[in-house]
Design a protein around this ligand. Structure first.
Ligand code: DON
Length: 254
């Protein structure tokens, strides 16, 4: 199977141009192309047989290394930043690695990616999100949300806050804390960083936090529920009947 190239794409667009006649603009879609994440992505799936996946994949930052080996269509990551170039030197997310994370054979890069399953007598859940070092906290808040009885969509929408040891500060989305809670935290000596406030090291708090995608299978009534982060309109949660490969093959034979 041949991969489509941007030259093929351009040829397709060119074929829509009639050199002998102006194209009325209202024949052209004015729809905006939704922006997809250029960095890390997560999807969660549970199928009718109870199989489940929680997949977080990363190229790290903006379009990874920006390199696609010719003929592959595969964008190479820039995970080198998740290795510790020097012990105790923070990466782009302010996370510090040490000898175990050196860029050397047998060592491992740091990763916050936390694709997660929860399972109890009541439910099975798959969840996860992109978001650098905040991934761990976002997933933990999601788990606590389910434990508190929230449904999948409410879990995806939960306001978020985060502390990662270093830098020593609490970051929070604007809806996370009431003003008196922020004040009380500051009086206790916490540095609280709200959206728009300057960050030193790592990313500012104004960055959109994550894109949590989750599925819950309630065992009591055998129902599936999806939750897709309202912060990122590109994501979608859906419960769908999907034709199995065997059923599709049987239909093709008939
Ligand atoms: O593995 C990690 O923790 C990072 N490479 C994740 C980066 C990330 O989530 C960037 N996304 N928004």
């Amino acid at each position: 199977q041949r991969l489509l190239t941007s030259a093929d794409y351009a040829a397709g667009l060119r074929a829509t141009i009639n050199p002998a006649r102006a194209t009325p603009s209202d024949m052209l879609s004015g729809e905006q192309t939704p922006l997809e994440d250029e960095e890390t992505t997560h999807f969660s799936i549970i199928d009718e047989a109870g199989n489940r996946v929680a997949v977080t994949q990363t190229v790290n930052l903006l379009f990874g290394s920006g390199l696609v080996p010719p003929g592959t269509g595969v964008l190479l990551n820039n995970e080198m930043d998740d290795f510790a170039l020097q012990p105790g030197t923070p990466n782009a997310f302010g996370v510090m690695g040490y000898d175990a994370n050196a860029p050397a054979p047998g060592k491992r890069m740091l990763s916050s990616m936390t694709p997660t399953f929860m399972q109890s007598g009541e439910r099975v859940v798959a969840l996860g999100t992109p978001g650098g070092s905040r991934i761990i906290t976002m997933v933990l808040l999601g788990i606590l949300g389910y434990d508190a009885g929230l449904d999948a969509q409410a879990v995806a929408a939960l306001p978020r806050y985060h502390h990662q040891w270093m830098p020593d500060r609490i970051q929070a989305e604007s809806a996370a804390f009431a003003p008196d809670v922020v004040q009380a935290l500051r009086e206790l000596g916490h540095t609280v960083q709200l959206p728009g406030e300057e960050a030193e090291g790592g990313r500012g708090s104004s960055h959109v936090w994550g894109n949590l995608q989750t599925v819950e299978w309630r065992l009591a009534d055998n129902s599936l529920h999806g939750g897709s982060d309202p912060r990122n309109p590109v994501g979608k949660a859906a419960v769908e009947t999907v034709e199995t490969v065997d059923a599709a093959a049987a239909r093709a034979r008939d």
